[in-house]
Each structure stands twice: as C-alpha cells, then as structure tokens.
Design a protein around this ligand. Structure first.
Ligand code: HEM
Length: 197
C-alpha cells in the first residue's frame, strides 16, 4: 500500500474489529453463567483467576482508542481528502458514503455503551434500560463487520475482494460472531425466561 497513513488507518480498523469481536465474546460469556460450565471448570487455575469483567471493560476502552486512531489517521494526508467533519458525520465523505456511515454508527453505538456503563450513569439508568442499550452491541457488530468488509482499503471505490486477506479476517470475525450469538441465544431459550442478565 503506497500511503502510510491509510495503511495505519486500515490496520487500526482491522485490530479494532478483532478486539471488538473478542469483547463481544466476553460479554456473551459474562451473561451466560459461564462459571457453571464444565469447560470453564476444567481450565487451568491461572486462566480462571483472570477477571472477565475487567477484561470485558478494558477491551472496550482499547477498541474505542483503536477506532479513534482508525478515523484520525485519515486526516494527516491531504490527498485522502478527509475533513474532521467527515469522520464524525460522514454524509459528505469523499468515498463510499453509505458504508462509512455504517462505521460511524458503530462508533457512536460503542461510545454509547461505554458511557452508559460508567458507574454513575448506569445506576441512574437502572438495570433494564442499561441492559437494553448494551444489547445494541449485537447490531453494532453487524455494522462494523459489514463496514470493514465493504470499505476499499485503497479508497479507490473498488468492488469487494472477498478473498483479500484483510477482508477474510473481517469475514471470519463476522462468522465467529454469528456462531457465538446462536449459542448465546440457545442458552437464553434453554433458561426459558425473559431475563437476559
Ligand atoms: C466500530 C467502528 C469501526 C470499525 C471496527 C472499523 C473497521 C474497519 C475495517 C476493518 C476496515 C477495512 C480495512 C481493510 O480492509 O484493510 C475499515 C475501513 C475504513 N473505515 Fe472503518 N471502522 C469503524 C469506524 C469507522 C468510522 C467512524 C469511519 C469514519 C470515517 C471509518 C472510515 C473508514 C474508511 C475511510 C475505511 C477505508 C480506508 C481504510 O481501510 O482505512 N471507519 N474500517
């Protein structure tokens, strides 16, 4: 890739996709009574000592930082033609407006989930509303996976190259998320009640 800023942006977007995927897995585990699972019980004590709660929180912050980097690295090179407004409100973005808007929506949804999880905000919202906002993350996953697959990393508005290594990475994250969501949903159904806690 000839442009270093664009390459950095691209790499940050890809790492953010992987970190967010991992973060969503952790969220699904946390809401599935994972400690009672026979697989968890068999894991080495070193792994069982890790707080999944903390890991879930921190991966969200790391992902937010990566996404901000992904966006901001589009600015230093004037030839890319991105203005600060295009990052946060991309209706006039220089390339692939619709698919960029999906990325921006994913960014705002991630921000909303992080803000509403701050202790003071969370206690004011109450559990049910906080949880409903948190569940938006399944939609967020769909948004960032589609955005990551369709965006042209060279910004030349080319059609998707489904077998390009970077695209395969986003596609695998998407497939893994679909699989994990199905397992999570089955678990919810088996419990046979409305509480998604
Ligand atoms: C949760 C939020 C986001 C994630 C996870 C994400 C992830 C990605 C991924 C994986 C790619 C493809 C990289 C490749 O194939 O090499 C990409 C491309 C792109 N994204 Fe995002 N993105 C997000 C938000 C945004 C936002 C808010 C913008 C606003 C401008 C944006 C602009 C772009 C652009 C211009 C490209 C093509 C150039 C490049 O590859 O850097 N993204 N994004």
């Amino acid at each position: 890739m000839e442009n270093q800023w664009l390459e950095l942006s691209s790499n940050f977007g890809l790492i953010a996709t992987c970190v967010l995927t991992f973060n969503l897995f952790l969220g699904m585990l946390l809401s599935s009574a994972y400690k009672r699972s026979p697989i968890w019980k068999k894991l080495p004590p070193l792994i069982k000592r890790v707080s999944l709660d903390d890991l879930h929180n921190w991966t969200a912050y790391v992902a937010l930082g990566l996404v901000l980097g992904h966006m901001l690295f589009l600015l230093p090179d004037a030839s890319l033609k991105y203005k600060p407004l295009d990052l946060f409100f991309p209706v006039n973005a220089p390339h692939q407006v619709f698919w960029t808007i999906l990325g921006a929506l994913a960014f705002y949804a991630l921000l909303a989930v992080i803000i509403t999880t701050q202790k003071k905000v969370k206690s004011r919202l109450g559990f049910r509303l906080w949880k409903n906002i948190h569940l938006v993350s399944y939609g967020t996953a769909l948004l960032f996976v589609v955005h990551g697959v369709v965006m042209d990393p060279l910004l030349k508005d080319r059609p998707v190259d489904w077998f390009d290594a970077e695209k395969v990475l986003s596609e695998l994250c998407g497939l893994a998320l679909i699989g994990a969501t199905i397992i999570r949903y089955r678990h919810f159904r088996r419990r046979g009640q409305g509480a998604v806690a």
